[in-house]
Design a protein around this ligand. Structure first.
Ligand code: ADP
Length: 192
């Protein structure tokens, strides 16, 4: 069974993933998969075809900060990069899903942009971790050392958590202590 895990920035996905990991539940992290995909020769070639060799370092490997500079300068470029990277990421998740069907393992897919990337149908159930916006702003500022304005802007540019909650099968409000969060997770996963 595949459980999708998503939320907004600083709503607590990584914290939930860590708790799950400690419980012995395997979590497949979309950010790690995307990084691995971007290191594959095939994808690096496609990226350089579109963005030029300037995004490579002196060893011919992808230089993430250079790529960010070039790719995040316009919406069209972000979409172009996504169209190169997403199909391979989805392929990897599909493989994991197929393996879990054979083994019967409960697997968690930690995907920050699960709804935006239309990956709900890879999951049997989707958990959305959420907090109220003031807590979210404070946690972004604290964790990333961002100014309030930056935190507010990032949140404003994301799909609203209220929208994600409408599509959730299971909602976890992360407004209490970490211990409280752990208790909620254990209770939810004891039913699977
Ligand atoms: P995400 O992965 O969704 O971006 P994180 O799990 O990194 O969010 O959480 C954001 C920040 O808030 C982190 O610094 C984390 O330690 C903190 N945090 C998460 N849950 C709680 C909680 N219940 N109480 C206090 N701090 C929390």
């Amino acid at each position: 069974m595949i459980i999708g895990l998503t939320g907004g920035i600083a709503s607590g996905k990584s914290t939930v993933s860590k708790i799950l990991d400690e419980m012995g539940i395997r979590v497949v992290d979309a950010d790690i998969i995307a990084r691995e995909v971007m290191d594959s020769r095939e994808v690096v070639e496609k990226i350089t075809d579109e963005f030029g060799e300037k995004i490579l370092d002196e060893n011919g490997k992808l230089d993430r900060s250079k790529l960010r500079e070039v790719a995040f300068s316009s919406k069209r470029r972000v979409e172009l990069l996504n169209s190169i990277v997403h199909p391979s990421v989805i392929e990897r998740f599909k493989n994991e899903r197929e393996k879990s069907v054979t083994t019967g393992e409960i697997l968690v897919f930690d995907i920050p942009l699960l709804f935006e990337a239309k990956m709900e149908n890879l999951c049997d159930k989707v958990i959305v971790v959420y907090v109220d916006s003031e807590t979210q702003i404070k946690r972004v500022m604290e964790r990333d050392g961002s100014k309030r304005e930056t935190a507010v802007n990032i949140i404003k540019n994301q799909m609203p958590l209220s929208e994600k909650l409408k599509r959730a099968d299971i909602k976890i409000k992360n407004d209490g202590t970490i211990e409280g969060l752990e208790k909620k997770i254990k209770e939810i996963f004891s039913k699977f």
